[in-house]
Design a protein around this ligand. Structure first.
Ligand code: ACM
Length: 590
């Protein structure tokens, strides 16, 4: 059942071009009504999967098979005018890279009803996702609404992503998202051709990853007895205990499920701030000479927390042990170490921290933060991985004449850029574009995720009906108009912007439906920003996007996504009386 048919979404199926309302928009689409060809999928439709396309074939049989009730029997390599043919093509790879694809349903290829050629396995998979869109919204259901043949529009598509990193960050620390919900989000990312799930696994309010050698991290750190209900200034509490964590087998399942969908899961273990849950489990990790860390509990409210890790060798060893298990679980090249919002007050008061600063020849406490980050930069590089952190990792870090890399823990041979980080380190630019610009100009890769543009926890409309509204108003159109590459960058620096990411912090999102509400429909706009080539002239056509969204809302309905309807929240999506913190006016010019 569609919840919103009467809520302002135009009735897309009456539009004969609805099935070609593709999101994200492909590079080139050509529709040729009247073209010859067999574009009917039915019981006879075979599936011929060439070498390297087996994963896409498995997905297609499982997902489109369930939605249509068609069996898609194995077609073998010979020509089959009724068949779907999947191929890896060196030609497509040359022209569009491994994620590019060509799809044809218009009879321009004589020996298949549908041909998908990818530059690599990922390209074939993205092509299969486009095929699903061409089959109409019911192709997003888990069982057929009717038996029988399905018609495809006559179309050729030529497509490739603009960016290699097309990400969503889910904060599963503030509110835990059960494993099945994470798997569902992987399907939602894949449906939008997004390919990175950044999981924010640890924070003051919860530690969500089983670490075998440190069971207390989850025994103690994975739950809290109560939770602030709304913004931190709210007087309300939810007195229901909240918690949960992913076992290592859960993570293996999530990572494998993601890999089958050509999505990389990037884990984040936040250091040296956002660490109160870890300190509650292991008081020795905190600044014991200035706070009674044994009295700390998993935090039950929101904000920037003063309880940060102590800058000691023991803490480094503890986290090396954690990261060893993280590396075993997550094959991602990039490992996120957080690095954001680390108040320095405790380090200023701590004799231990001050002695460490002196020993390392550091000018200030910012240098201590760099020391943490650089240690793991080098540690990860030694293991063939790359550090990524929030843009605070650039602070207190510039290398100067009197600060040789060895004094900062990089060790002999530790090459660094002018910013004092190893050349492989990358930055998630969240406090606007500035950090990303600095990093890209110094030769670091950058993922652009400025809070003023793509923090999906920010409210998406003005008005009191928005549930627990926080931040600036960032509408669907605002997100659609987000441009990840600042025009001031030189071509060399711009090439370091490897992608874009939307971030979802979950303080005021207590469950999956609340996450859905904040994420959708804006993730569809974000997907187009991250995937689709910039039009020439550089002016995105929001009216055209909105027209295509009429079909996309139907797809989201079929998927059971609890998005924000264009006319505003349904009654059950509101949270009357629960305090948010809306910020008035436009976000600062970034
Ligand atoms: C952040 O929003 N603190 C990265």
């Amino acid at each position: 059942m569609s919840e919103i048919e009467t809520d302002g979404v135009a009735d897309a199926p009456t539009d004969p071009t609805a099935e070609t309302h593709l999101i994200p928009a492909p590079l080139v689409t050509e529709r040729r009504d009247g073209a010859p060809g067999l574009r009917t999928l039915d019981e006879r439709t075979t599936l011929d999967a060439g070498p390297g396309t087996e994963g896409a074939a498995r997905w297609l049989r499982a997902v489109l098979g369930a939605a249509t009730g068609l069996p898609f029997p194995d077609g073998g390599p010979g020509p089959d005018p009724y068949g779907i043919t999947l191929r890896i093509s060196a030609d497509v790879e040359r022209e569009h890279g491994p994620e590019g694809y060509r799809l044809s349903t218009d009879g321009s290829v004589a020996d298949a009803a549908v041909l998908i050629e990818g530059g690599g396995p990922a390209g074939v998979f993205w092509g299969a996702q486009t095929l699903r869109q061409l089959l109409g919204p019911d192709a997003y259901r888990k069982a057929p609404l009717r038996r029988g043949a399905r018609e495809l529009p006559p179309i050729t598509v030529e497509d490739a992503p603009r960016f290699g990193w097309r990400g969503l960050m889910l904060d599963v620390a503030r509110h835990f998202l059960p494993k099945d919900d994470v798997l569902r989000y992987l399907d939602l990312l894949a449906a939008h051709k997004l390919n990175v799930l950044h999981l924010h696994l640890t924070d003051d309010q919860g530690w969500r990853l089983e670490i075998k050698r440190r069971p207390k991290l989850t025994e103690i750190g994975a739950w809290r007895p109560r939770t602030k209900w709304g913004h931190r200034a709210s007087p309300l509490w939810n007195e229901t205990p909240h918690g949960g964590f992913y076992t290592q087998d859960d993570i293996r399942e999530i990572v494998a499920y993601a890999a089958e969908r050509h999505i990389t899961v990037v884990p984040e273990i936040d250091i040296p701030g956002h660490a109160q849950a870890a300190i509650a489990a292991h008081p020795e990790l905190g600044n014991t000479d200035v706070v009674d860390t044994a009295a700390l509990t998993v935090w039950d409210t929101w904000g920037v927390n003063p309880n940060v890790l102590a800058p000691t060798d023991d803490v480094l060893r503890f986290y090396e042990g954690v990261f060893e298990e993280v590396l075993d679980l997550f094959p991602s090249t990039f490992i996120h170490v957080g690095g954001d919002e680390c108040p320095k007050d405790q380090w200023k008061r701590s004799a231990t921290a001050q002695a460490r600063m002196k020993e390392l020849g550091l000018a200030d406490e910012d240098g201590l933060q760099s020391w943490f980050v650089r240690h793991f930069d080098r540690w990860l590089a030694d293991r063939g991985r790359r550090l990524i952190g929030w843009d605070e990792i650039l602070e207190g870090g510039s290398r100067t004449e009197d600060r040789e890399p060895t004094t900062l823990g990089l060790g002999p041979g530790g090459e660094t850029t002018t910013l004092g980080l190893g050349p492989g380190a990358a930055v998630s630019s969240w406090r606007g574009y500035a950090g990303g610009i600095t990093a890209a100009e110094a030769g670091h890769d950058v993922v652009m995720c400025p809070e003023q543009q793509v923090y999906l926890d920010h409210r998406q409309a003005p008005g009191d009906d928005e549930p627990m509204p926080i931040g600036y108003v960032r509408t669907l159109e605002d997100v659609y108009r987000f441009e990840p590459v600042p025009p001031s960058l030189s071509p060399e620096a711009a090439a370091h912007v490897i992608g874009a990411q939307a971030n979802v912090w979950t303080e005021v999102m207590e469950n999956r439906d609340r996450v859905d509400y904040q994420v959708f429909p804006r993730l569809a706009a974000f997907a187009e920003v991250a995937w689709s080539a910039l039009p020439v002239p550089v002016e995105r056509d929001f009216a055209d996007f909105e027209r295509r969204m009429t079909s996309h809302y139907r797809r989201l309905d079929a998927l059971g996504v609890a998005y924000r309807p264009p006319t505003g929240p349904a009654p059950w999506q509101r949270r009357p009386g629960v305090l948010g913190r809306p910020i008035e006016g436009a976000p600062p010019n970034v």
